[in-house]
Design a protein around this ligand. Sequence first.
Ligand SMILES: [Zn+2]
Length: 450
Amino acid sequence: MNSGENKNMANTYWNQALETLPEKDLQAYEVPLLVKQIDYLYHSSDYYRTQFAEAGINLQDINCHKALEAVPFTEKKTLAETQREGQLIGPHQCAPREDIVRLVGTGGTSGKPMRIAWTRNDIDVYNEMGARALWMMGCRPGDLVVNCFNYSIYAGGIMDHMAFETLGASILAYGVGKSRELLELLADLSGEKCLYSTPSYAVLLEEVAEQANINPLDLNLHKGFFSGEGGLQVPGYRQRIESTWGMSSHDLYGIAELGCQSAECEYREGMHFCGGGLVIAELIDPDTGSVKPMIDGETGELVYTSIKREASPLLRFRSHDHVQVFTDPCQCGRHSFRFRTLGRSDDMFVVKGVNIYPTGVQDVVTQFRPRLTGEFQIILDQPPPVDYAPRLMVEVVQDFPEQQHEQLIVEVGDVIKRRAGFTAQVELVKQGTIASEHKTHRVLRLYENL
Ligand SMILES: [Zn+2]
C-alpha cells in the first residue's frame, strides 16, 4: 500500500478500520455477530436446530470464538445430498423463498454442483468481501477487466462480476470459450486491460495467440487477477504468465459457498484472509477435527463460519483446503493471517502412504520448461489404495525433437520420484491438449466413472 493510497481511504475497499484491527479487537467486534447468527440459525432452520440438539448445545454457550469448537462441522457432501432429494436448497435454508434473489452452483469439483442461495443482504456481504480481495490485488475503479469465468451457474461468473462492479471496476462479462474472438476484442480495445481467469486459461490463451500470430504483449493486458485453481504460487508458472503477457499477477482464493475470501496483496507473501467481520476462519487438523492454533507456519484445513448470512449460512463449513498459515506482520499493514494452499483434500491422493498434492507435481513439471509447457494431469485408473504408479501426462512443446522424448520421460520420472515422492508413469502428450477454458482438473479419478 503506498502512501498516496493511505491518505484517501474514503470510497475504497482498503478497510483500514477493520483490516488493521488486532486479532483480539476483531474477535470482540465479531462476537455479537456470531451470537446473533447462531440464534438466527436455531430459529430458522430445522437442520441446524437438530444439529445443536444432537450435540447438546445451549444457545447461550456459543458466546465466543473458542465456544465454536463444540459445534459440529457442516460438510458439503451432506448439504448436496439433501438437494438430490428434490429440494431447491435443502433443510439448511434459513431465509424464506421470497427473500432469495439469486442462485448459483458450485463448480462441481467433487461431484454434482450444489445450489447456493443468496438474499440481497447476502449479496452485499459477498460483494464487500470480494471487493476487499480485489482491491488487495491492485484492482482499482476505472480498470477495464475481462471476466473469463463461466457465467452459467458458476459463482466465478455473476457473483465475482458483481464484486468487481462494487469496487468500481469496468467489468466485461466475457465468459468461457471463443478464445480467438477474445484476442480480437482485446486487440480492438485501446489502453490497458486486466484479465480475470484461471491461470491455466492465460496459458491456453497464449497458445491461441501463437496460432493466430498475435504477440500477447501487443494486447496490453497489464494486470492479471487469477482464481479458480492453484498454480500461481509455483514460481515458474507465475513468471511465465507475467513475462508472456507483460502483466503483474495476483492470486485470489474463494469458494463458491462463501465468496472471494482471500487474496495476495502487493507483497505476494501468501493470501490474506479478507473476511474479517463477515466470516470466522478456524484451522483444524483434517484427520482429528481438533482446532489448531493459528500460528506462523502451522498447517491444517480451513473451516468457515459465516456471521452475516441469511439464505443458507455456513456453520463450521469444512473447506477441505489444506493450507499453511503465516501470521508474521505483513508490510502492507493488514493484520489478517495469510496462507498458501497446499491443495484440496479432494485433489490430494495417497501413493504408498505418501500424501501427494498437485501443486507439488506442478513444481516439478514447471522446472522442465521450455521442453514441457508446464501443463499436466495425474490419472488414477484404479481406486485406492494406490499401490501402483499413477499416470502423469505432461505436455511437450511442439518443436521438441521426437528422438529425445524417451530421455525426457526418464528425466521427469526421476525428478518426480525425488522431489514429489512417488513413482509415476510419465506420458508425453501434445501441446494444447490439457489446459481447458474451464477449470483444469489436475487429478482425474477414472475409476469413478466406471
Ligand atoms: Zn500484505
